[in-house]
Design a protein around this ligand. Structure first.
Ligand code: HEC
Length: 251
């Protein structure tokens, strides 16, 4: 009995460990790969703002365009800026060594970043930049300390003068009745052209797209799942009839 008990307790350990981890201080986001409009907006933001420095060299333009539902002509005109062709991999022209000299570290390929870092981390990272004069680029990031990447979305999202409230629930201060952590940032050093909620939505779309990019098969999985269930349903009828046939004379 004692052994069974200790085995049960041991079984619980990983559950307790993840409960304590609890996602840490991140804002959570629920990817939705069936939302094509979101993926299309994300692809646009990614191409316009990120592919200057980051490649996605395990993905192909053509497959991305087909998956997220952008016609070839539109895609070629608006979302391919290099001399790459439609069927090619999403590589970029920036040479890694020079990039390393400019930024101190070469911008990594982003095809798998959502799988490596997780959607919550990415969503928080993209909204986590703040002003920090002690850093060479004048910015830091709440979830990536001493980050070497500039805050490329500053025109749209603005720059927070202090650490933004990432992973902090909105609450009311019992002493003063003031709302704490209301919105991402209390004090902007630079105002962005978008409203904070609008920028959150844009970064949601971008993260959603990066989740798709990291695992395009996720998109098919649900569709295939439905066919599998239909197949099992039909198969069950025949299995049932066959079973009845076998037992007919015995009962
Ligand atoms: C001007 C060049 C530049 C642009 C544009 C840029 N980045 Fe970066 N990015 C970098 C550099 C450099 C790093 C490495 C930072 C470090 O390791 O300190 C980086 C790191 C990252 C990381 C961390 C990856 C990891 O696992 O370490 C992510 C995620 C990322 N960038 C996403 C983006 C997204 C999304 C965009 C578009 C909105 C973007 N970047 C635009 C230069 C850039």
């Amino acid at each position: 009995m004692k052994q069974i008990l200790s085995a049960l307790i041991l079984l619980l350990v990983p559950v307790l460990a993840t409960a304590a981890g609890g996602g840490g201080n991140l804002d959570s986001m629920e990817p939705d790969l069936s939302d094509k409009a979101s993926l299309q907006r994300g692809a646009k933001i990614f191409t316009n703002n990120c592919m200057g420095c980051h490649s996605a060299k395990y993905a192909r333009y053509r497959l991305v365009a087909e998956d997220i539902g952008i016609p070839q002509e539109l895609y070629e005109e608006n979302l391919i800026f290099t001399d790459s062709r439609y069927g090619e991999l999403m590589e970029i022209a920036m040479p890694g060594e020079e990039a390393e000299q400019w930024f101190g570290v070469a911008p990594p390929d982003l095809t798998l970043t959502a799988r490596v870092n997780g959607p919550d981390w990415l969503y928080s990272y993209l909204r986590g930049f703040y002003k920090d004069e002690s850093r060479p680029l004048g910015v830091n990031n709440v979830v990536f300390d001493n980050v070497g990447m500039p805050h490329v979305m500053v025109n749209k999202g603005g720059l927070c003068a202090e650490k933004p409230h990432i992973g902090a629930e909105e609450s009311v201060d019992p002493a003063t009745g003031e709302t704490l952590n209301d919105g991402v940032c209390d004090d902007w050093a630079i105002e962005g052209s978008m409203e904070p909620e609008e920028f959150d939505q844009a970064m949601y779309d971008l993260t959603n797209f990066l989740v798709y990019l990291g695992e395009p098969a996720l998109m098919d999985r649900k569709r295939i799942g439905v066919y599998v269930l239909i197949f099992i349903g039909i198969f069950f009828i025949f299995a049932y009839l066959l079973n009845r046939e076998y037992w007919k004379d015995i009962h």
